[in-house]
Design a protein around this ligand. Structure first.
Ligand SMILES: C[S@@+](CC[C@H](N)C(=O)[O-])C[C@H]1O[C@@H](n2cnc3c(N)ncnc32)[C@H](O)[C@@H]1O
Length: 157
């Protein structure tokens, strides 16, 4: 089965290169960007401004191919791709929870971004702690390394 999506919009961010950019929204605190939504979808933004954070699902448009075992940014050991957030993956879909600053017409102003300029957005959803924050969380191999300083390099280019 093949699935085809049309982007609902595009990200405009300060990052044109991977090297040196944040590896997650938590590492891109204060970095601002916009999403230009397709004008015909603007009515779908009604009621979204009441949410401080949104979940973005998007296409890693600068990724091609994948490896099933990768060395993630925060580690030196190979890990199964599905145990990582690596951008080269069988379906190159990214997920970022970002702060929603405001909406003006078809433009969403967002903050805390780890997205390259031009990233095609597939969906936007409100972030709701009660829905999205499970309790008793384990974070596997990341427990030992997740607070390490790290920024993106070009390893997934
Ligand atoms: C480690 S991924 C995490 C993305 C997302 N927060 C996630 O967990 O799915 C973030 C890195 O992906 C790369 N990246 C960001 N936007 C991209 C795009 N549109 N195409 C390809 N790579 C991208 C950059 O190297 C960035 O630092």
């Amino acid at each position: 089965m093949k699935i085809e999506y049309e982007p609902i919009g595009v990200v405009r961010s300060p990052f044109s290169k991977r090297a040196g950019m944040p590896i997650q929204p938590s590492r891109g605190k204060g970095v601002q960007a916009t999403i230009e939504l397709r004008p015909k979808l603007v009515a779908g933004l009604a009621d979204l401004e009441g949410f401080s954070h949104i979940v973005l699902l998007y296409h890693f448009h600068h990724s091609s191919g994948y490896d099933l075992r990768v060395i993630p940014f925060l580690d030196t050991e190979k890990r199964g791709v599905f145990a990582t957030r690596a951008p080269r993956r069988p379906n190159p879909i990214g997920l970022s929870v970002v702060r929603l600053l405001r909406i003006e017409g078809s433009i969403l102003y967002i903050e805390d971004v780890d997205l390259l300029d031009g990233t095609p957005v597939l969906d936007i959803k409100p972030y709701v702690p009660d829905f999205d924050e499970p309790v008793d969380v384990r974070i596997g191999w990341l427990a030992a390394v997740h607070r390490r300083p790290a920024e993106s390099d070009d390893r997934f280019g």
